[in-house]
Ligand binder design. Structure first.
Ligand SMILES: Nc1ncnc2c1ncn2[C@@H]1O[C@H](COP(=O)(O)OP(=O)(O)OP(=O)(O)O)[C@@H](O)[C@H]1O
Length: 312
């Protein structure tokens, strides 16, 4: 029996449209499932826990939504053995990208119905559990500004969602002031002056494919950290296109770190987001929780040592 978890509102209504086509595919293939529509991020974890407790023969929890929806159910799936399948229906879909899950609905359903899964780490700490990245500073401020803006609604209404983020970057670039940050990695503290952002990653990309930590691997028991510091506004602006290929790692004002736990303390209050959802402005403390989640992934077949079977 499969549990389908659906956020109809994800991707501006893509969740509902995707569900309708998945429902038709499941019926056509004669696959047994129960559908659970989550009402809000706050209630989702309890809804999923209740559903999981109702029976013991769940083969997988297949989620239709974006990274924010996945974020809301991580607590229910952590260390539970029921693997997570993802049918992307968000605007960013960085979880799907990180696990090699196709963006096409039928191909993603195929990936969720096969048995190969990966043991994935989670980021635990400030704001609970995160699967993709905890971002703080400039990038989080862009997300907060875009979400609170009128231009986001205007851009979405004309089908130009990406444009809202370009406007958001320019808008934030004018107002944001870098400041000193202390980054304590596995107990060792380093300080960076004029810091723009510190991103703590479990998967390589955030923001819809921006490769902020291109070397990050979800199952290596480590978190990857990207610090952007000591650069001008023009250099930050030029940094964004390089994130599409992850070539920013070679720039002199970018420092990449790797470890098991990290604490981030900016000299000024700075916003943070986890899986694209707001986490507030408190200092961050994040640790890697190895193998806390099983994810159904087409990459499982090629992964040595960290692949698992959904039925096992
Ligand atoms: N489980 C849930 N059920 C209902 N609503 C949710 C749930 N989780 C989050 N939400 C709300 O729905 C919004 C959209 O969901 P989601 O983040 O999955 O899609 P998105 O923002 O379009 O895509 P992405 O996160 O991939 O960019 C979230 O920002 C949040 O406000």
């Amino acid at each position: 029996m499969y549990l389908l978890i659906i956020n109809p509102r994800s991707g501006g209504g893509a969740g509902q449209r995707t569900w309708l086509s998945v429902e038709a595919m499941l019926k056509a293939r004669g696959i047994a499932y129960e559908a659970l529509f989550t009402e809000s991020a706050e209630q989702a974890e309890a809804q999923v826990l209740r559903a999981l407790a109702r029976r013991e023969d769940w083969r997988a929890a297949i989620l239709i939504g974006g990274d924010g929806t996945i974020h809301s159910v991580l607590g229910a799936l952590r260390r539970r053995g029921v693997p997570l399948g993802v049918i992307p229906a968000g605007s960013g879909n960085d979880t799907a990208r990180g696990f090699g899950i196709p963006l096409d609905t039928e191909a993603a359903l195929d990936a969720a119905l096969q048995d190969g899964c990966l043991e994935a780490d989670l980021l635990a700490g400030t704001g609970g559990l995160t699967l993709t990245a905890v971002a703080s500073g400039f990038d989080a401020q862009v997300a907060v500004n875009v979400n609170n803006s009128r231009y986001k609604r205007l851009c979405n209404a004309v089908g130009a969602g990406q444009l809202a983020y370009i406007i958001g970057i320019l808008h934030t670039l004018i107002t944001f002031k870098p400041c000193r940050v202390s980054v304590t990695l596995d107990g060792k503290e380093q300080a960076f002056d004029q810091a723009w952002l510190v991103s703590v990653c479990n998967l390589p990309s955030y923001g819809g494919g921006l490769l902020i930590c291109p070397q990050a691997e979800s199952g290596d028991g480590r978190l990857d950290v990207c610090v952007v510091h000591g650069c001008s506004r023009a250099q930050v602006l030029r940094l964004f296109p390089t994130l599409l290929k992850g070539t920013h790692v070679a720039l002199p004002f970018v420092t990449m770190l790797r470890g098991r736990s990290v604490a981030v303390r900016f000299a000024q209050p700075r916003h943070a987001i986890g899986d694209g959802e707001p986490l507030g402005t408190a200092p961050l403390a994040v640790r890697c929780e190895p193998g806390a989640l099983r994810v159904l992934s087409p990459l499982a077949a090629a992964a040595e040592g960290r692949s698992c079977r959904a039925s096992g």
